[in-house]
Design a protein around this ligand. Sequence first.
Ligand code: ATP
Length: 275
Amino acid sequence: MPEAAPEPVLEVRDLGIHFGGLHAVRDVTASVPAGQITAIIGPNGAGKSTFFNLISGFYQPTSGSIRFLGEDITRLKTHQVVARGIARTFQTTTIYKELSVLDNAMIGHRVRTRAGLLDALLRTGRERQDEQGSRAGAMRALERVGLASQAGRPAGALTQEGQKRVGIAMALASDPRLLLLDEPAAGMNPEETVSLMGLIRELVAGGLTVALVEHKMSLVMGLADRILVLHHGQKIAQGTPAEVSRDPTVIEAYLGGHAHGGQMGQPGQAGGSHA
Ligand SMILES: Nc1ncnc2c1ncn2[C@@H]1O[C@H](COP(=O)(O)OP(=O)(O)OP(=O)(O)O)[C@@H](O)[C@H]1O
């Protein structure tokens, strides 16, 4: 008998947004179970990043609703969403390379405790008062990603994977319940990808819930508990890696000429192609 899925932390219902005539996300009803890793996949332009932008408050949906931990967050702004416990990383690395690893993580912490990034960067008086709290929160985040010993180094001196970890620490510094990772393995070589997968597993073992957008099928199939598949903005499947990888609609979507980042792999495959 299949195990019952844990309670969802996030539930979206009939979620949609259109830009002019283009429905980037349309009527998506899906959930993210607590304490698990949910991957969002789909061919190029399927609406994955837009879906993340809706959840994190960067875009306002034109239809549907988003509930997080039972609360309606559909109309909240980004900093309000962060304060509720959802943090994200970005597709391209958005760290400040000339600043120290610790300063980067502190910026992540301040974004949660202040109204915005500008405050954090300008270090206002109010900001300085909170410096110690930020430092402690940032150090905790660096410990979680294994970078505490690198705190004083310029972030730009770290490897690509190290810089990725800094980006994750920035998100973790807000102490989220749900972490959204946008293409965590982009630009990583196979060893770095495996190492990053280990980190994500550790974070989830520590109680975090993760949703990630990723093209690298080796990572998705080896890591995800559940997969949500989008195509042309619509949900075409949601299930375990084994279920979605043998779903004819999913296979068709990937083989239909829009494939990006390799074809559907098999669950547990260690290798795999990259975009
Ligand atoms: N701000 C915007 N204004 C207009 N169109 C947009 C905007 N954001 C996204 N789109 C369009 O919405 C569609 C979905 O884009 P999105 O970036 O979400 O896809 P994706 O699945 O993340 O793609 P990729 O795998 O290439 O990153 C695309 O056609 C894109 O051009």
